[in-house]
Design a protein around this ligand. Structure first.
Ligand SMILES: [Zn+2]
Length: 291
């Protein structure tokens, strides 16, 4: 049965109004098509045919407006981490606006002058040694420092942070690059770093070379620790301790006995001396070579 033309027109108008309402509520065209079980091309046509329709920007066509920057551009200009700035805008720590792009993504913008003022009024991060602005609501510059502050269990007030930052202003602090290179210059810290690195990689199923690599790093670390242990044994005057590597395995008394026996029986060979003292021939040779 054919429906009257006027009825069809009313249906289409109703459907278009519905499509437009959904679009203005932030849905993407694809989402509307799924929700209303319509072809995406019809959704696009319906929107274009609706008098009240204003296309949302896509990320590439988005223009932030006069005096405004996207969060990405502002982060670059002010030397901030983009994710931190985005979070700061969402938490209203700094002023900004949010737009939903045609593909459903959120675009944040800031007014350059407003952001400059907001940043100037923010205390610095409450984390020791960090001079960045406290963009996170917790009084830290970002997630990692916020968590560090939480773990420490004490949060400084904005006033305290301000005083600390005034105290720190103009003073040198060790650069991260300098700290990292100092770490790699210290053999033990370097080996510990290697073990930690390979251990972390070993947790990933895509890693194949890490078993050998881990063995090498652990060997290196173990060697350094053994040397340290031997050196402190020597320093502590432990009998038989040697400055590096393995302990020699005999005492000063056994050493003296070898020397005495050699003096008394110059004809005795290493094998005889070894049998007489319970040492190995190699140890006897070592003792005799040093005397
Ligand atoms: Zn920080």
């Amino acid at each position: 049965m054919q429906r009257p033309y006027a009825q069809d027109m009313a249906d289409v108008a109703k459907r278009r109004a519905r499509v437009l309402t959904l679009y203005e509520a932030g849905r993407t065209q694809r989402e509307i098509a799924t929700e209303l079980e319509m072809p995406a091309s019809t959704v696009a046509l319906d929107l274009k045919s609706s008098p009240g329709y204003r296309a949302r920007s896509t990320l590439s066509s988005f223009a932030p407006g006069a005096g405004r920057l996207t969060a990405a551009a502002a982060a670059a200009r002010f030397g901030l981490k983009e994710s931190t700035l985005r979070a700061g805008i969402d938490a209203h720590v700094v002023r900004g606006r949010r737009f939903i792009a045609a593909d459903g993504r959120v675009i944040r913008t800031v007014d350059v002058v407003e952001l400059e003022a907001d940043l100037a009024n923010l205390p610095t991060c409450g984390y020791d040694g960090c001079d960045r602005k406290a963009l996170a609501p917790s009084g830290a510059c970002s997630g990692p420092h916020a968590r560090a502050l939480e773990m420490r269990g004490t949060k400084r007030s904005g006033e305290t942070c301000k005083r600390i930052s005034e105290g720190k202003r103009g003073k040198d602090r060790p650069d991260v690059a300098a700290r990292v290179s100092a770490m790699h210059a210290d053999p033990r810290a370097h080996a510990a770093w290697g073990v930690a690195l390979v251990t972390g990689r070993a947790a990933s199923p895509t890693s194949s070379a890490s078993a050998n690599s881990l063995r090498r790093w652990k060997g290196k670390l173990g060697g350094i620790d053994a040397k340290d242990k031997a050196a402190s044994a020597v320093a502590a005057g432990v009998d038989g301790a040697r400055p590096a590597g393995h302990p020699r395995g005999y005492t000063s008394k056994q050493e003296a006995t070898v020397i005495d026996l050699r003096r008394e029986h110059p004809a005795w060979g290493r094998a005889t001396l070894a049998r007489a003292t319970g040492l190995t021939e190699k140890q006897v040779r070592g003792i005799l070579a040093r005397k």
